[in-house]
Design a protein around this ligand. Structure first.
Ligand SMILES: Cc1ncc(COP(=O)(O)O)c(C=O)c1O
Length: 465
């Protein structure tokens, strides 16, 4: 099963890793046995491990390194800002030019009118901040019981206690005592998986909205405060919303005065072929969370953009309580902000949206070309996000047993052939850097084809099919 040449990898770094590091989202026992793939450097879309093996980073790290590795202008921006003002905060009436510039840029760039920017360090923190701001807002309006937050099964919004609760993935809840009691989850809008026989995509979307409405009514609309959605679900396996879904969902949210948070942590900054997924799906969010592509993943920075009514509530509470009692030491850190400013400048200069629209068809067509492969239940995606859902029985859409680890197998076959992709369950996902060339994307597609055939041999050999 281990395809990574462990013998050559039993160096001291591998041993020290196992001795000292806890790895996120990893089977820790398996990791202790097999050790890590140690990445030493990166340039463009390529990374290189400590054995000199090169890979295309086909998921941009964790959907974040949009401009690829070794972008000199970002390194320079970090260096120059470090020499000028290496660190500072925004607490208690302080500010700095890099943070001010970034906030202004973000408000101007926002896909719908937004009023203010609150900075944090990660997607999870941005979403936690969004949740707290929703609660703050309702308290300011005297709606002290309107506090429940609805996420979706399959949605991913982070792992901190609040954002992790809105995340709708069992693996992030089990035995961490999540979700929190005021968090709820509604249906996953995956038409291919959950659509009923004879139901059109639009009818499925109508059913999703009706279910949401029933759910809000059963909870009591005066207890439901917010709804979180990624424009396209990422970590849930690249789930593209069915036609008319968001239009119908948003109608329900408006009817019951439920605030809508668009989690743009991975869709934002060009990934879907628009600057924001909010534009792609005509969303009208009250809050928008951003991270990752904001700094091309070079430094940790995130933000939540809020609408004017929420800002007014912040002012009101601040005047009542004497302080806006929320913030992180590194909210708007000047070096991170400077790198984000330079990232946004590069996106503008290269016209990131046009760049993505030119190259994305190579990825989408390449992945869809495997739709007929015996292992592929569904080929899906949009822009520079794509997935192949592997199934045991194509017609019946029957998945493999999770313990068969088919997703991990194909991920490792891709790796063995020089392409890093990520299996989420048995969905093999790709989200290459937005600067990937058509040739680099074709190489990803080629390797996926080889890995699919090898995986088919494997599942046959193991009697899994
Ligand atoms: C949509 C979405 N929201 C939030 C997060 C959490 O971001 P972070 O890992 O920076 O906390 C992620 C991370 O992948 C994400 O995909």
């Amino acid at each position: 099963m281990d395809t990574r040449g462990e013998a050559g990898r039993s160096n001291s770094a591998s041993l020290r890793d196992r001795e000292f590091v806890i790895h996120p989202m990893t089977n820790l026992v398996q990791h202790a046995e097999e050790g890590p793939l140690i990445i030493e450097r990166g340039k463009g879309v390529y990374i290189e491990d400590d054995q000199g093996q090169r890979y295309i980073e086909g998921v941009s790290g964790l959907w974040s390194i949009s401009l690829g590795f070794g972008q000199e202008r970002l390194a320079k921006a970090a260096y120059e800002q470090s020499m000028k003002l290496s660190s500072y905060h925004m607490f208690r009436f302080k500010s700095h030019p890099a943070g001010i510039e970034l906030a202004e840029r973000l408000i101007k760039l926002a896909p719908v009118p937004m009023s203010k920017v609150f900075f944090a360090n990660s997607g999870s923190e941005a979403n936690d901040s969004a949740i707290k701001l929703i609660w703050y807002y309702n308290n300011a309006l005297g709606r002290t019981s309107k506090k429940k937050i609805i996420g979706r099964h399959g949605g991913y919004h982070g792992v901190t206690i609040a954002s992790g609760s809105v995340t709708g993935l069992q693996r992030n809840h089990s035995d961490f005592d999540l979700p929190l009691p005021m968090m709820r989850h509604t249906a996953c809008p995956h038409y291919w998986r959950f659509g009923q026989a004879g139901e059109s995509e639009e009818q499925f979307a109508t059913r999703m909205a009706e279910e949401l409405e029933k759910f809000i009514l059963s909870e009591g609309p005066d207890t439901v405060a917010g709804f979180f959605a990624e424009p396209v679900m990422g970590s849930g396996g690249v789930i593209v919303p069915p036609k008319t879904y968001f239009e119908k969902i948003q109608k329900v949210l408006r009817k019951y005065d439920v605030l809508f948070v668009a989690d743009e942590v991975i869709c934002g900054f060009g990934r879907l072929g628009d600057m924001f997924g909010t534009t792609t799906y005509n969303l009208k969010p009250d809050l928008i969370s951003i991270a990752k592509g904001l700094s091309s993943g070079y430094l940790p920075i995130s933000a939540v953009l809020i609408s004017e009514p929420i800002w007014q509530a912040c002012l009101q509470e601040s005047s009542k309580l004497g302080v806006f009692g929320h913030g992180f030491t590194y909210s708007g850190h000047p070096v991170c902000a400077a790198v984000a400013n330079e990232t946004l400048e590069i996106y503008k200069e290269m016209d990131i949206v046009t760049t993505v629209r030119k190259v994305a068809p190579a990825l989408q067509d390449g992945f869809r070309a495997y739709a007929d492969h015996p292992l592929v239940g569904e080929a899906r995606g949009v822009g520079m996000m794509a997935a192949l859902e592997l199934v045991r029985d194509k017609k019946a859409k029957e998945p493999f047993a999770p313990q068969a680890n088919v997703g991990l197998y194909i991920e490792r076959r891709c790796q063995a052939h020089g392409v890093i992709l990520r299996a989420l369950g048995d969905a093999l996902t790709a989200a290459p850097p937005l600067v990937a060339s058509a040739d680099e994307i074709r190489e990803i597609n080629r390797v996926v084809g080889v890995a699919l055939d090898e995986t088919l041999d494997h599942v046959k050999r193991c009697g899994l099919i």
